[in-house]
Design a protein around this ligand. Structure first.
Ligand SMILES: Cc1cc2nc3c(=O)[nH]c(=O)nc-3n(C[C@H](O)[C@H](O)[C@H](O)COP(=O)(O)OP(=O)(O)OC[C@H]3O[C@@H](n4cnc5c(N)ncnc54)[C@H](O)[C@@H]3O)c2cc1C
Length: 329
């Protein structure tokens, strides 16, 4: 378990970053609402660094994105005690030492409720008030059987309630344009997304997808199921593809799909040499992410959220193509 300290008793968590009893940290939704007129905001996802070299790379990416004014930056949360400690520390440093608004992903995997409370307290202590509440996947095999910790939570909607009950936090959740791989069908999936929103989540960020129609249908489903919850922002997540091998793996683990014609195009670009032609794959990936971004903007997406894997270049190219995120002096 992490070395973060437990908050005292069952009291709301305030954290030293709060002004009095109420946090002054902006929420993701307020950032989206106050975005520059006429420009769709963007945001980026970082991954926790596993060692010092990776941490240096993360900071290079952070500093490259900072002047481009993303609406927020999110930090994923993974397995492993050391990395988890580092995740809390680095996310806190982003809050304290940069102008960026960090969103901490929090997963229920292998945590007791007490540990989850302690983690939320640790985030509050370092000024992080925006949390993406997730169930997480089973460690080892993300597609394997989910086994709830005996003192933990079963589903993300419980985590939403838990974080909200702890104090002045802004909570988001995950949504799945193609349906979550554990949901029997899209109706079930929609019902559970709405349940998370009704529990107090203010917005959702989608799983990556490669066909904008999936995103649009998700939005329609939520709206039809519960118009009040459907009014909350659904933020599409984009991943500029830079490697066929790694996107295949990510797609397999995430439960999303590469459309057949895109996979064929990427396979042709990769070539049949012993190593894939990364440059050619990258060109297809940037073009696709640009086209998807254009369509999403035209369809009124509230923000474009980019998976960066802690590299800035591909996302910056897509943003430049879209005329977004131009550095302001
Ligand atoms: C934007 C985004 C960011 C992510 N970041 C991370 C990360 O940082 N770290 C990480 O480990 N993983 C991350 N994930 C992956 C995520 O944790 C997994 O996809 C996980 O399997 C589902 O998490 P959830 O929060 O959607 O779970 P839940 O909302 O709990 O849903 C899990 C499954 O249970 C079903 N379900 C929910 N409630 C009920 C109920 N009451 N009864 C029956 N079935 C129910 C759902 O339909 C779904 O099939 C992320 C995913 C996304 C989209």
């Amino acid at each position: 378990m992490n070395s973060v300290s437990r908050p005292g008793a069952d009291q709301p968590i305030r954290g030293r970053a709060s002004a009095g009893w109420v946090s002054t940290t902006p929420s993701v939704v307020s950032r989206l609402e106050s975005a520059d007129c006429g420009r769709v905001p963007f945001s980026v996802e970082f991954s926790p660094p596993r060692d010092e070299a990776a941490e240096a790379r993360l900071w290079r990416a952070v500093r490259e994105f900072e002047p481009m004014r993303p609406a927020f930056v999110s930090m994923t949360y993974g397995a492993g005690g050391t990395t988890r400690d580092r995740t809390v520390r680095v996310t806190g440093q982003i809050a304290a030492e940069t102008t960026l608004l960090p969103v901490a992903h929090l997963t229920a995997v292998e945590h007791t409720v007490d540990e989850l409370r302690a983690l939320v307290g640790a985030y509050a202590d370092c000024g992080v008030r925006n949390i993406l509440a997730l169930r997480g996947d089973p460690p080892g095999d993300p597609l394997g059987e989910w086994i709830k910790h005996q003192d933990g939570v079963e589903y993300a909607h419980e985590l939403v309630s838990l974080v909200r009950d702890l104090g002045d936090f802004h909570v988001g959740v995950a949504s799945f344009p193609e349906g979550h791989h554990r949901s029997p069908d899209l109706d079930h999936d929609t019902a559970h997304l709405v349940r998370k929103l009704r529990a107090g989540a203010e917005y959702s960020i989608t799983q990556m997808f490669f066909d904008v129609e999936h995103f649009l249908r998700l939005r329609d489903r939520v709206d039809a199921y519960d118009p009040e919850q459907g009014a909350k922002p659904i933020i599409p997540e984009l991943m500029p593809i830079t490697s066929l091998r790694s996107v295949r793996r990510m797609v397999e683990l995430s439960g999303s799909h590469l459309p057949k014609d895109l996979e064929e195009r990427l396979t042709r670009a990769a070539g049949d040499g012993p190593e894939e032609d990364r440059q050619a794959v990258r060109e297809v990936g940037i073009e696709l992410a640009t086209q998807m971004g254009e369509r999403l903007i035209a369809e009124g997406a509230p923000c474009l959220h980019f998976i960066t894997l802690n590299f800035a270049r591909a996302t910056r190219e897509v943003l430049a193509n879209l005329g977004l995120g131009v550095a302001t002096v």
